[in-house]
Each structure stands twice: as C-alpha cells, then as structure tokens.
Design a protein around this ligand. Structure first.
Ligand SMILES: [Zn+2]
Length: 244
C-alpha cells in the first residue's frame, strides 16, 4: 500500500513538474504524449502548491485561453477521477455573466477551481461562507475576485435600476461610482470607459470588504496561507488583468 502511495506521489509530482515547466516555457508546443495525460488536481498537488504558484496557474491558463492553445481535457476521465474527492488550487469569485465563465477563460478542468458567482461580484454572508469553506476547509490557495468589462450589474447601478431584489444588489456597487475621477465624462452606462472604471473600483472595494467582514479569510491572508487578488476579464480580448 505504501509503495503504491509512493508511486502515486511520484507520478503526481512528475505531472506537477511537467505542468509547471509548461507554464514557464512560453509557447511550447504540446506533444501527443502530453495530450493523453489527464489533468486532474490531486490532494498531493494541492498541498504542494504555494499561493504564488496557484496564481501563476491562473495566469498561464488565461494565456492559453487567449492564444487558443488550450490544455487537453478529457472531461470523462476527469469526472471519473475526481468523483471521490476535490482538491482545487484556487477559488474564483466572478459575475454571473454568461460570457464570464472562469473555467473557460482560465482554461481549467473539473476539480481545479471553486467558483462563487453572483451578479456584479457583490458580497453577502453566504458568499463569504462559501469562500471560507473553499479556502480554510477545502484548502484552495488563491481567492481571486474577477470582474469583467461591460458588466450589466454595474450598468444597472449607474442607471439606478430598480427591480425586485435587484435594487439592493446594484446599490452595493454604487459607492464605486463616486471613486471615479470627475474628469471621466459622461458618467453614463453607455460610456464603457466609465463603466469599466466603476467595475475596477468595485472589485477593489470587494477585496477590502471580504477582509473586513471575514476574519477567517483575513487571518489566512495575513498568515500567507492564501493569496487574495483582484482582476478584470476583458470580454473583447479574453484577457484577465490581475491587480498585481
Ligand atoms: Zn457582470
């Protein structure tokens, strides 16, 4: 049994090494043997991954998405291999926008990232609870809050949208409007520059709010066991710009 575990650990280490080498070597062309290796993130890989390495995986995954050089994914093998457990390296908090799907724009497979999704990346207690589970309990190393360009929820805040429960949701975005310099005109939802600046400010506010409201998360950030990072996904280029 121990021998089997050792062999498994060696295989996982080799996979992680191959993956990391692939991440750092730029436009390396995939070989057919690499393409046949299922990419499943294991407990060993999760425990050996640092927050910095996990963030690097998100960045290189987005680079693959932009270039179209997507990592091989056999979803059938992946769901079979992840059925008994999950060890995601990261957690992504994103908008519900149908064009802003983190698995796609970060080029990750089944079991690699937790997702929390809500219109306009707004925070509530259940969102915080989900993030606390994904990091402290389930061991993911990065908590990335990723907004996107032309966000409908942000436009709703700018337009003072009122509808059922949506009213209180967009209210949470409004403080970010005041933080945009007066020189940016017109301050309307049809000005994409203004919309995107409001969104960036809002993501910064959300990063602060998460730490202010969740001791569980702020403690992990302070100890360095997780990395909290913001980002913007550009719908027209496919690129994620991380705020660091
Ligand atoms: Zn949105």
């Amino acid at each position: 049994m121990k021998v089997v575990n050792k062999i498994s650990l060696w295989i996982y280490s080799a996979l992680l090494f191959t993956f990391l080498i692939g991440c750092t070597s730029g436009n390396n062309s995939q070989t057919s043997s690499e393409e046949t290796v299922p990419q499943v993130f294991t407990e060993e890989m999760q425990s050996e991954t640092t927050p910095e390495e996990a963030l690097e995986m998100l960045k290189t995954g987005n680079q693959r998405f932009v270039s179209g050089d997507l990592k091989y994914k056999d979803y059938r093998k992946q769901f079979e291999q992840t059925a008994k457990g999950q060890y995601p390296h990261s957690t992504v908090f994103a908008c519900i926008d149908s064009r802003s799907s983190a698995e796609q724009f970060l080029d990750v497979g089944i079991g690699e990232i937790f997702k929390v999704r809500i219109a306009g990346n707004t925070v509530n207690e259940d969102v915080l609870g989900s993030m606390e589970f994904a990091t402290q309990v389930a061991g993911s190393k990065v908590l990335a809050v990723i907004g996107h360009t032309s966000c409908g929820a942000v436009k709703g805040a700018i337009d003072d949208a009122e509808l059922g429960h949506l009213t209180q949701l967009v209210d949470k975005i409004k403080p970010a409007m005041e933080q945009v310099p007066d020189s940016i005109q017109p301050r309307t939802s049809s000005n994409q520059e203004f919309v995107d600046m409001v969104t960036k400010n809002h993501i910064q506010n959300v990063l602060a709010e998460i730490q202010n409201r969740s001791e569980v998360i702020s403690n992990q950030v302070e100890s360095g066991s997780i990395k909290l990072v913001g980002g913007m996904y550009d719908l027209s280029t496919g690129e994620v710009t991380f705020f660091e």
